[in-house]
Design a protein around this ligand. Structure first.
Ligand SMILES: Nc1nc2c(ncn2[C@@H]2O[C@H](COP(=O)(O)OP(=O)(O)OP(=O)(O)O)[C@@H](O)[C@H]2O)c(=O)[nH]1
Ligand SMILES: [Mg+2]
Length: 394
């Protein structure tokens, strides 16, 4: 069901098709880091200190008490041990998605603790834009102790009060809140039990790319909640339905040359999720233990990236501005096109109309002369324009 992220080469050197863009994005990233460096050398101490503070969450970290309650604890620790062995001390996961898809529920499920508020019906005003929770592993095992898990929960990205549009203000605030914070993995959360990717989904996906830069998708795992689907539409099995839904969402993110791996996992946050009689872990209709599946993908993506993603405002792009430098050339090309092709055709046309007019008036003159009448009173160009205008006004 879920792809091996390495199989799709999100390591840029191997992805030839995407190479140019990748370099550009790596360039953007590097530029952003250069900008940080420039800020520090320019003595912008306040900003740099702020960013260092954000990087260092040690003082906020609390022991991960919920770990002991997770039936998956043993396997989970094994995964985290492997991750820790790569030299990393923190695993930061940013959750993004529409409202009520289960982001906060997923934070609570992953930690085994009810740390963030989950509500079926929410007023936008109630919603925190970002909530960071940092837990530290302390299990008496030197190989993994001290590893910090940081989960950044965010508010829904649509704005129901403005008629189901993208909540750009919230997106900007999220970006501001995570500025300089190393993010190892983003989880794009959506529901499994939906049949389509609608225009709002596409708009939200586009807005994420514009705000955070498309490179965030290369560190993104798709998480589909509500996955304990006992019934799927006629003609589908659980697997084929889930595969179709995953393909739809991936298709909305990927472009012709932009092919992030987007490994996908299924999730069931509800307490009613069946558990395996042997392990006690929560299982899906296909028999898979979802929490381990998800954490396996998260650790793979985090460990596979050369460095964490760090947001910098330079990563935000407005497509209309990207090729701004081409504007004079485009205008010049339009002018040449107009003068070389359009204008001669218009002049030709005008000449043809005038010749037809002349022929018409000459014929009228001949007719009137044959009848012994005076020549026709042909209106001047100015007078005919005025007459035409009067008819139009009527
Ligand atoms: N059955 C089922 N219900 C879920 C699942 N995940 C979340 N819910 C329910 O969906 C509702 C919304 O869940 P939240 O976790 O608050 O959703 P959210 O994405 O954090 O929503 P916002 O904070 O508004 O963006 C709650 O009533 C949850 O109990 C799931 O996997 N299965
Ligand atoms: Mg929430």
């Amino acid at each position: 069901m879920s792809d091996d992220p390495r199989a799709e080469d999100y390591e840029e050197e191997e992805d030839e098709e995407y190479e140019g863009e990748e370099e550009e994005e790596e360039g953007e990233e590097a530029a952003a880091q250069d900008a940080n460096a420039a800020a520090s050398s320019a003595g912008d101490d306040e900003e740099v200190a702020e960013e260092e503070d954000e990087d260092d969450d040690e003082e906020d970290a609390q022991p991960w008490s919920g770990l002991g309650r997770l039936p998956e604890k043993g396997e989970l620790l094994e995964l985290l041990r492997e991750y820790r062995a790569t030299g990393r001390k923190q695993l930061t996961i940013l959750l993004l998605g529409k409202s009520s898809v289960g982001k906060s529920s997923l934070v609570n499920s992953l930690l085994g603790e009810a740390v963030v508020r989950v509500q079926a019906f929410k007023l936008q005003a109630d919603t925190e834009i970002t909530t960071s929770i940092v837990r530290q592993v302390e299990v008496g095992d030197a190989e993994v102790d001290g590893l910090r898990i940081k989960l950044i929960d965010t508010c829904g990205l649509e704005d129901p009060e403005a008629g189901d549009t993208v909540n750009y203000a919230a997106l900007s605030k999220i970006a501001e809140d995570i500025r300089g914070v190393p993010v190892d993995v983003a989880l794009y959360v959506d529901r499994l039990d939906l049949y389509r990717v609608d225009p709002l989904d596409r708009a939200i996906i586009g807005a994420i790319s514009q705000t955070f830069g498309r490179q965030l998708w290369k560190r993104t795992v798709l998480a589909f909640t509500h996955a304990n689907m006992q019934q799927t539409p006629p003609g589908t099995t659980f697997d084929s339905f889930a595969d179709g839904r995953i393909r739809l969402l991936r298709g909305a993110v990927r472009g012709l040359l932009f092919r992030p791996a987007l490994p996908a996992c299924l999730v069931e946050n509800a307490d009613t999720c069946p558990v395996s009689p042997e392990s006690g872990a929560r299982v899906l209709p296909d028999g898979s233990e979802w929490l381990l599946g998800l954490m396996g993908e998260v650790v793979d993506v985090a460990a596979g990236a050369r460095r964490p993603y760090k947001y910098h405002p330079r990563m935000s792009s407005k497509p209309s501005q990207r090729f701004r430098w081409l504007l004079p050339a485009v205008i010049a090309a339009e002018l040449v096109f107009y003068h070389k092709f359009i204008r001669p055709r218009l002049d030709d046309n005008q000449r043809r109309v005038e010749a037809q007019d002349d022929a018409l008036w000459a014929a009228r003159g001949r007719q009137r002369a044959a009848l012994g009448l005076h020549p026709p009173n042909r209106p001047t160009a100015e007078r005919s324009a005025r007459l035409e205008q009067m008819y139009d006004d009527d």
